[in-house]
Design a protein around this ligand. Structure first.
Ligand SMILES: Nc1nc2c(ncn2[C@@H]2O[C@H](COP(=O)(O)OP(=O)(O)O)[C@@H](O)[C@H]2O)c(=O)[nH]1
Ligand SMILES: [Mg+2]
Length: 248
């Protein structure tokens, strides 16, 4: 068992990522090694048909601070929850395996650059943010989904779906045990629970580079995601611990 607590844990959910993972880890460790704080990286793989798990395990022999977890069932939300609760860092940041946000942005989610918040979420919409190379159709589908999220669940956020979010250890340990959605919409549920718990959440504008190898299936996943929003809206009172946590 490990007893040390690093300053930062990075959690990478990985599903069929054998092509993108090696370069991502190389870039990420090059950045982290140059920082004054201690860090660790968790790759959480589930449901892959390729060699992602074996590759991550091989890479963990090269990178001393890389840890690998595996789940059978699919779901990005499932993987992030597992990593957030296994990690030991004072700050715990989820990062997509395509590293569509350059690692030099990571400092903007952490003290000394940002303090006094429980959750910092990367935003492609906040003033100062910039998207590169995103196809128009994909952009507008994303914006339509955000509109739905704002109408149904979270009126205050302009981008809840970017794959980079940083939690304090206390926020992560409070929120992730309450999470029930294991798929793409888990971010919305986590942010919804966080707002009900009156946590301080800040959108951080980032530079974001579109990566064409997306694992979202627009048709099938959009319907599931819209249904998840209705579920979050109508069922939050029955979340495990809701009575105790929300006093209702
Ligand atoms: N562990 C795990 N990761 C997943 C799953 N589905 C997607 N991901 C990861 O979620 C991240 C975002 O996926 P990506 O295809 O880049 O989605 P997009 O950028 O939203 O189009 C990547 O790190 C994926 O590997 C899953 O079922 N399990
Ligand atoms: Mg991506």
């Amino acid at each position: 068992m490990r007893l040390d607590k690093p300053f930062l844990s990075i959690i990478i959910p990985a599903h069929n990522e054998e092509h993108r993972l090696p370069h991502t880890l190389e870039t990420l460790f090059a950045y982290l090694d140059a920082q004054p704080y201690s860090s660790e990286v968790w790759v959480v793989e589930n449901g892959s048909q390729d060699r992602t798990l074996q590759l991550a395990q091989e890479l963990s022999r090269r990178y001393r601070r890389l840890y690998v977890l595996h789940e059978e069932e699919r779901g990005k939300g499932l993987a992030v929850r597992r990593g957030m609760l296994a990690a030991r860092g004072e700050y715990r940041m989820m990062c997509d395996a395509d590293l569509s946000m350059p690692p030099y942005e990571i400092g903007r989610f952490l003290p000394p650059q940002l303090s006094g918040v429980d959750i910092a979420i990367a935003s492609r919409e906040a003033p100062g943010a910039k998207r590169y190379h995103e196809p128009l159709l994909r952009h507008w589908i994303g914006r339509a989904f955000n509109l739905l999220i704002r109408l149904l669940v979270l009126p205050q956020f302009h981008d809840t779906q970017c794959g980079f979010k940083c939690f304090t250890a206390a926020a992560a340990e409070r929120l992730f045990p309450l999470q029930t959605i294991t798929g793409w919409t888990f971010d919305v549920e986590i942010l919804y629970l966080a707002t009900r718990l009156k946590m301080r959440i800040q959108e951080v504008p980032i530079q974001w580079y579109f990566n064409p190898e997306s694992k979202v299936h627009i048709g099938r996943d959009s319907i599931r995601m819209a249904l998840d929003l209705l579920y979050i809206r109508s069922h939050w009172r029955s979340f495990p611990g809701a009575k105790k946590d929300f006093g209702k």
